[in-house]
Design a protein around this ligand. Structure first.
Ligand code: HDE
Length: 712
């Protein structure tokens, strides 16, 4: 019987050839093993010498010692031994893709930056998303900030906007960065926990760093467990400057807004995704791009002048503060589209080197002390990581605009100037004397007048650590507030020292009394005194609707994934109707069945699945449809993975479509008495519309009251 391929399945190459050869099989060795086809390239050494046998090292006799003369063996092993470069000291785990930036609204009146001049123009871009604390091999769903680093190859040099998915940061001065990162990473004596902030060192540092309180509200929200990179925002964080041709400055903050809306997973789901698919986010990005569903973000700017900066409640140079969108709207000016996966992970995603100091003419820095410190750190770290000043010669880092200067030599120099002049000024003339400065086109810094005594001091204007933290909290929906409380209780429950837990609660008292009480209660901790605030007056700022994920969620099923649980005998017509409707919405679906090879549907057709039941848990999907036949449901009802499939989907507040014969599975999973409006009948094709309409609402949040002891 012919088996239909599951959605998204890649065809097997037709000409797979086994490549091992044995001297015995070849009648004594010396024979070249057969290549797979006539045009297959001959294997060579790095030196270009054709290789006759890549399966056996050169030995003295069949069972004798390996000969040092075997240059192919030595070169191959030596190259392998050197494959690793140091992982990034932070943001080690990341995933990149290519795309372009398109300008939709010209900023020509505000900046001379070339990429902001001509509406409709495409500028090539590369983006790397990352987690911060975990090592390269850590899991994607760590509760962590996500890096959102964008390199735009403009016609006047690369612009690196090295941002995060959260618009504020933990600290106000770069000198504290090593302490912050040491505290967050695995504790140095024991080497754990990996990719987690739920430990004493992190919360000890935080409890002694009140400036981090606004960031703590963000990282304890579901922003740090995004559903996918495609459903999260990005922020430049710092205030930058835009400069026009006359050198006039406008302050700017950069925002990336995902076209698909915001969406996160829930914590219990994140924990399980990490086990089921530690590559969940990178796989999602790869699959979306290769399927032609190109992820897209809108670039928005908040533009303001010195007068605004002076009247704003907070210092615009303080990276622990936002400018709420209600105070200063975000003006959309362009879009970023990711339309090409990398050809080689190491060459592109690993070797890409972002540097905050990479700005083209027309974009400049502010005096934000975090940004100033970063401008030193990124160049330094690339030299360490990539090993040579010539890291800009690597294709992923090389500008796509002309490069001409007198910098020369060094390890692995790939771009070598020709001619006699390697200095300037010189008198070799226009043709042979090399490049010259261009005072008009060239980069010029904002001519800021600065004076004052040299001091190690924090400005008074940075002193309010709680008002915006409170504003973030009160801007969340009730369910999001609950998740912040749950996250704090979870993290602090992993902290061994009670005094550290209490110190955090003492800060929470300055943010929101109910939150502090909830967390103290969750930890069975008596309420401490509020922390002493550097600035005692805590402002009650109005809520900002832009800060909620739930309030800014997807409006359709586009870009989301339905998991369909099938068995032999499942209704073929219903499956076809459901699959068609999901695709029409711009979503995708995957099939889960007892055996991946095939299920035989009600009409006798065979359909291959994407996952075996225990390999495709419901945490991998946004919503699920459970459509077994009567006999299939009886079999699934005794299977632990199938019961987990439905009970997790229920616990994670997912919309569940329930097939006509699925009841035994729900009975055995203990759910039949609890089914709610988020569990919809899916017995025939006519039910499909209502089910998918419900799925647009992302989650059935009221259910959380029923499935969570903390919500009682
Ligand atoms: Fe970074 N950061 N950072 N950072 N950062 C690095 O550079 C640093 C900060 C961010 O995908 C490192 O190439 C200092 C804020 C991203 O390759 C390093 C300070 C924001 C990435 C470094 C900060 C970021 C990095 C490590 C405090 C959001 C990943 C490897 C002053 C606006 C880029 C590397 C990629 C990477 C230093 C704070 C974002 C060591 C000193 C604030 C997205 O240079």
């Amino acid at each position: 019987m012919k088996v239909a391929a599951p959605p998204g399945a890649a065809p097997l190459p037709a000409d797979v050839a086994l490549s091992h050869s044995f001297a015995e099989e070849q009648g004594g060795g010396g024979e070249t093993h057969q290549s797979a086809g006539g045009d297959v390239a001959t294997l060579t050494t790095q030196n270009g010498v054709p290789v006759s046998d890549d399966q056996n090292s050169l030995k003295q006799g069949a069972r004798g010692p390996t000969l040092i003369e075997d240059f192919h063996f030595r070169e191959k092993i030596f190259h392998f031994d050197h494959e690793r470069i140091p992982e990034r000291v932070v943001h080690a785990r990341g995933y990149g893709a290519h795309g372009f930036f398109e300008l939709t609204d010209s900023l020509a009146d505000i900046t001379r930056a070339d990429l902001f001049q001509r509406v409709g123009e495409h500028t090539p871009a590369f983006v790397r998303f990352s987690t911060v604390a975990g090592s390269k091999g850590s899991a994607d769903l760590a509760r962590d900030v996500r890096g959102f680093a964008v390199k735009i190859y403009t016609q006047e040099g690369n612009w690196d906007l090295v941002g995060n998915n959260i618009p504020v940061f933990f600290i106000q001065d770069a000198i504290k960065f090593p302490d912050l990162i040491h505290a967050a990473k695995p504790e140095p004596d024991r080497g754990f926990p990996q990719a987690q902030t739920a430990h004493d060192n992190f919360w000890d540092f935080i409890s002694l760093t009140p400036e981090s309180m606004h960031m703590i509200m963000w990282i304890m929200s579901d922003r740090t467990i995004p559903r996918s990179f495609r459903f999260m925002e990005g922020f430049g964080v710092h205030t930058f400057r835009l400069l026009d041709a006359e050198g006039k400055s406008t302050f700017v903050k950069f925002h990336w807004k995902p076209k698909l809306g915001l969406q996160s997973v829930v914590w219990n789901e994140a924990v399980k995704i990490n086990g089921a698919d530690p590559d969940f986010h990178r796989r999602d990005l790869w699959n979306a791009i290769t399927a032609g569903d190109f992820p897209e973000w809108e670039l928005g700017v908040q533009l303001f002048d010195e007068a605004f900066a002076e009247t704003f409640d907070f210092d615009v140079l303080d990276p622990t503060k936002i400018i709420p969108e209600e105070v200063l709207p975000v003006r959309p000016i362009g879009r970023l589209v990711l339309d090409r996966v990398v050809d080689n992970f190491f060459a592109e995603t690993e070797q890409v080197a972002f540097c905050t100091q990479n700005v083209p003419p027309g974009i400049d820095f502010s005096n934000d002390p975090l940004l100033q410190g970063r401008n030193f750190s990124y160049l330094d770290t690339q030299l360490k990581r990539l090993g040579s000043t010539n890291f800009t010669h690597i294709p992923i880092n090389a500008p796509k605009s002309p490069v001409a200067n007198f910098q020369q030599d060094g390890h692995m120099a790939m771009r070598n100037p020709v001619g006699r002049a390697n200095y300037e000024p010189n008198s070799w003339g226009a043709t042979t004397g090399g490049p010259r400065e261009d005072p008009v086109r060239g980069f010029r810094s904002y001519a800021e007048v600065a004076e004052g005594p040299k001091l190690r001091i924090r400005p008074e204007s940075f002193a309010d650590h709680y008002s915006q933290a409170r504003q973030f909290y009160v801007s969340q929906t009730a369910i999001e507030q609950k998740h912040i409380g749950d996250a704090l209780v979870f993290e602090l429950s992993k902290v061994e020292r009670a005094d550290i837990r209490a110190r955090i609660v003492s800060h929470l008292l300055n943010i929101d009394g109910d939150l502090a009480a909830t967390v103290a209660d969750g930890l069975a901790l008596p309420l401490p005194q509020p922390a002493q605030a550097a600035r005692p007056t805590i402002m009650d700022l109005p809520p900002s609707a832009a800060l909620s994920i739930v309030g800014n969620g997807p409006e359709s099923f586009e870009g989301r994934k339905l998991g369909i649980l099938l068995t032999d005998g499942s209704d073929a017509a219903l499956l076809a109707a459901l699959a068609g409707a999901v695709e029409k919405e711009g979503g995708v679906y995957e099939l889960i069945a007892p055996k991946v090879g095939a299920v035989t549907l009600s009409d006798g057709s065979a359909m291959a699945a994407n996952h075996k039941v225990d390999g495709g848990p419901s945490v991998l999907f946004d919503a699920v449809a459970v459509l077994p036949s009567a006999r299939g449901a009886a079999l699934l009802a005794i299977d632990k993975s199938a019961k987990d499939f439905v009970s997790d989907a229920f616990a994670h507040c997912k919309f569940i479509g329930i097939g006509a014969d699925a009841a035994p599975l729900f009975d055995k999973a203990g759910l039949s008495d609890d089914l709610d409006e988020g569990c919809l009948p899916l017995g025939s094709p006519k039910d499909v519309g209502a089910f998918l309409a419900a799925c647009k609402r992302v989650r059935h949040w009221p259910r959380e009251q029923a499935v969570d002891l903390d919500a009682q």
